[in-house]
Design a protein around this ligand. Structure first.
Ligand code: AMO
Length: 443
């Protein structure tokens, strides 16, 4: 029998402040290595740090080491002031006393130089070599921020009474309409990869009143664009509405404010390294869809009036306008035309032809779609009939509304799009660890 100590500092989580002036033992990979006349420096990488180690020749020999070797070191932790923004923490360094090599790379020369300040490689190379390129400090910073967004979304909603759900990803039907759905052979029956947890989150509002999910969804996007992935993480919520669909807009603004505060608190190094401004959302600006067309026409002399959706250029222009006029980087565009919204969307009885739905635009890009849903069985039958949909095939979903459902609505926020906009990335794929697009299935 052997008993192990329940120590939270296992192998790579370290609270450096506890070791000031003391010896510390760390295991990590060599991020960078500089051999100099008097000895040199090692930057040691682990999950929670990228720490500077000083190697005096008379104490340790670093001449035979290589970048990406894994080492176990012992050294004295001392305070320091380090200017290199990729080094975490920047107020400590380690005077090395011993080095043990645990593992070395199998190739002598790595295909990409991850020791440079910038990863200057083409996008495809960056993605082809993802296991290596993600080790670069700036790449890590993007995904540290993404991890914070993911956690903060769930934490905030849990705190205000939402229940996390995990809905199936193999489904009987698409929820969002359109041709961008992947079909599967499911034991000789047709099945699909889910485009959104839409039907399930609605069903679960009948159970819990407020639910959320953070999970992958699949879109068979046939074009390779800077805004589309074929698999992305959808941050979804669905809730009973007390006041109307505005409840959703207020909830989203609050979730985002919480997420941004969390990033500011926990990602200080990453914010500095990426030189980004984490946004502030302290007011809610809404504009009706037609008002956007009109505003863009009046202010930019671009005529999109009559178009049933917003073009990317128009999203850019209206964001530019609200920034200048209302000093905010966010605009909730409401009342999209009904014909552009899925069948479950509620129409505004006071504005026929327009929906009680919205998109949130942030820094020129749509990051969210949301809205109020139909909640009466008869209304679904009526709407689906008008759209010539096969009502029988939606039986399992529609039963929800036979049993009584409250007024409800929800939203879906694209994790990669939000990450990309916060981090100033021009392509959403850069905010996906292992992006999937029409041409890419590996790594
Ligand atoms: P929608 O289809 O607009 O709505 O998607 C919601 C949000 O998901 C993100 N998104 C994407 N991100 C990357 N690649 C894609 N191909 C992609 N497609 C969409 C965007 C978008 O705003 N069920 C509804 C949501 C709801 O009403 O609750 C839905 O999925 O950020």
């Amino acid at each position: 029998m052997k008993e192990l100590k329940m120590d939270c500092e296992v192998s790579s989580f370290i609270d450096f402040s506890k070791y000031e002036g003391k010896d510390i033992t760390l295991t990590g990979s060599i991020q960078n290595l500089r051999v100099l006349g008097w000895g040199g420096f090692i930057i040691l990488r682990s999950n929670s740090y990228m720490v500077q180690c000083v190697a005096a020749k008379e104490s340790v020999n670093i001449e035979n080491l290589s970048v990406e070797s894994v080492i176990k070191i012992v050294g004295l932790l001392k305070t320091a002031t380090i200017k290199d923004k990729s080094i975490i923490p920047n107020n400590y360094e380690i005077e090395l006393k011993s080095i043990e090599v645990l593992s070395t790379p199998s190739i002598d020369v790595l295909p990409v130089d991850t020791t440079k300040r910038e990863l200057n490689v083409a996008l495809d190379t960056k993605f082809d070599l993802r296991p290596l390129t993600l080790r670069h400090p700036k790449q890590r910073a993007i995904f540290k921020i993404q991890s914070t967004i993911f956690n903060a979304f769930g934490n905030y909603l849990t705190n205000i009474g939402f229940n996390r759900i995990c809905s199936p990803k193999i489904v009987f039907s698409g929820a969002e309409g359109g041709a961008n759905i992947f079909q599967l052979d499911y034991f000789k029956r047709k099945a699909f990869l889910t485009q959104s947890p839409q039907f399930y989150k609605q069903m679960m509002v009948g159970v819990f009143g407020r639910v959320f999910e953070e999970s992958p969804v699949f879109r068979a996007e046939k074009h390779d664009t800077s805004r589309h992935l074929n698999e992305y993480i959808s941050l979804d919520l669905e809730m009973m509405l007390s006041n109307g669909f505005e409840d959703l807009i207020v909830t989203e603004a609050n979730v985002l404010a919480y997420i941004f505060d969390n990033i500011r608190e926990t990602c200080k190094y990453e914010i500095e390294l990426l030189e980004i401004n984490v946004p502030i959302i302290n007011k809610i600006v809404t504009m009706k869809f037609n008002e956007v067309h009109e505003t863009v026409f009046q202010n930019y002399k671009k005529d999109f009036r009559g178009e049933k959706d917003l073009a990317p250029e128009e999203e850019q222009l209206i964001c530019d306008y609200v920034k200048k006029t209302y000093d905010t980087e966010f605009v909730f565009v409401t009342h999209y035309p009904m014909e552009k919204r899925p069948f479950y969307t509620m129409e505004d009885k006071n504005d026929l032809g327009y929906s009680l739905s919205f998109d949130l635009l942030f820094r020129g890009l749509e990051i969210t779609t949301g809205g109020q849903r139909l909640n009466k069985y008869e209304d679904y039958i009526d709407r689906m009939g008008k759209l010539n949909m096969n009502i029988d095939s939606f039986d399992s979903f529609l039963q929800t509304f036979k049993y009584g459902m409250p007024p409800h609505g929800g939203l879906g926020l694209g994790l990669e799009r939000l990450t990309a906009q916060i981090c100033g990335l021009s392509n959403v794929k850069e905010a996906s660890l292992f992006p999937r697009d029409i041409n890419r299935l590996t790594p």
